[in-house]
Design a protein around this ligand. Sequence first.
Ligand code: UDP
Length: 498
Amino acid sequence: MAAESDAVHGGRRRHVLLFPLPYQGHINPMFRLAGLLHARGFSVTVFHTHFNAPDPARHPQYRFVPVPVPDGTSGPAPAAIEDVIAQILALGAACESGFRDRLAAVLEEYSRDAVACLIADAHLLPIFEVTAKLAVPTLALRTGSAACFACFLAYPMLFEKGYLPVKGMSSDPASVRRTFLVARRNNRNTCSSDRRELTRSMDAESQRDMPVSELTPYRVRDLMVFLGDDDRGSLRELLARAVTAVKVSSGLILNTFDALERRELEGLRRDLTVPVFDIGPLHKFSPAGDSSLLRQDRSCLDWLDARPPASALYVSFGSLACMSPRDLVETAWGIAGSGVPFLWVVRPGMVRGSAHQEQELPEGFEAATRGRGMVVAWAPQEEVLRHRAVGGFWTHNGWNSTTESVCEGVPMLCCPYFGDQMGNARYVEHVWRVGFEVGGELERGAVEAAIRRLITGKDGAEMRARAGELKKAAEECIGKGGSSCLAIDKLIAHMTSL
Ligand code: UDP
């Protein structure tokens, strides 16, 4: 194969260097890319932090280079999204000098000519700055959708045109309204500051419903925003840095595909001067990548084996989203009340203020659902979604979860928490029409109804049929001569030409 021989230089395999951002949703696609490039003849070297370090024993075919960071920049995974953002910004900066030394050593050892390029997560701008100084061509991997990156590019415009910030939104408008109503019920004389807060929050609510005509189909509420003006600029900085990283890179790699985001990809190709490679869904090209940070409980696959086709609901909110104890209770009783068989991932630490799964489920839940459901701490998600017994996925709409579901023809119940998840849910419901959002406050009655609608309802069946069509379209993209296959060939030719 031409691409394979391209990866050989002077009779030796060429090296590709990788640096993933150390979070599950970023590690998985980077390791899938590693598998793909390794299969096409590249030797793979992975730079990584000690925080969420990969297990080299699970990838004996790759070389791993730990990058030291000063004390205090790693530590446990933060629970709040603001803290995750602060950690990402701090990690990139902290890696810079350790990475420079490690990269220089690797370049000396391999010989500069034998290194094709480095591929780094777009959120690691300091890595791009180091490689530029050492003249190592670098490609950026963005692990979100094309639409999401278009939103990153548009962020300054969103502020200029007044879509952002969401004015006066000091807290969640729904909870402000609830507090106000409770106060009024208990005491007819609600104070004027409560009324002012309610008015402000209602204004914020209508601003959130505004369509963003430059980024159809997004509304303001689908953008990456914090609740309140208190983000201290860290989100803007994160997005601006990712944009800079892509602009200084030698190309942008996206884990998406033509059938899903043709229009959005065309837009990015117009707006960027670097080439864009839509080589997704990566997990379909390199299915055996075991990069899970948590141990996957495979017993749930046996449990699914005993269920009829498309009968069970799979529930998982990814590796970072945290819910309140109240939402956990409503979720649990909603699942129980639906009468639908379920497999639920309750990740340790998923509920704010609690570290143990046993403490998290409400009393009586297990008895109420015995024989009908299974709860695990972490699942082999791709295999679960591929299982014929799974009829729907209640998801937080992380981009990996969304594409994994789409590729298996599984319709979704959407419950986005933060970041790009709201935008992904918007596409699921309004563009691909393969799911719908559990709107507003989680409340057990609404949850029950939504689950039934998805698994046994008529429009759930229609969504499943459309998801099946998308699955076929994804298969065409990854098949011989498909858009993603061609994009991979182009990427490899590009890497070897740098
Ligand atoms: N995942 C998994 N087991 C689980 C839940 C999630 O292996 O029980 C994987 C899932 O397949 C996906 C990743 O974790 O590849 C989560 O990424 P995503 O972008 O969906 O969400 P994030 O965790 O970044 O919020």
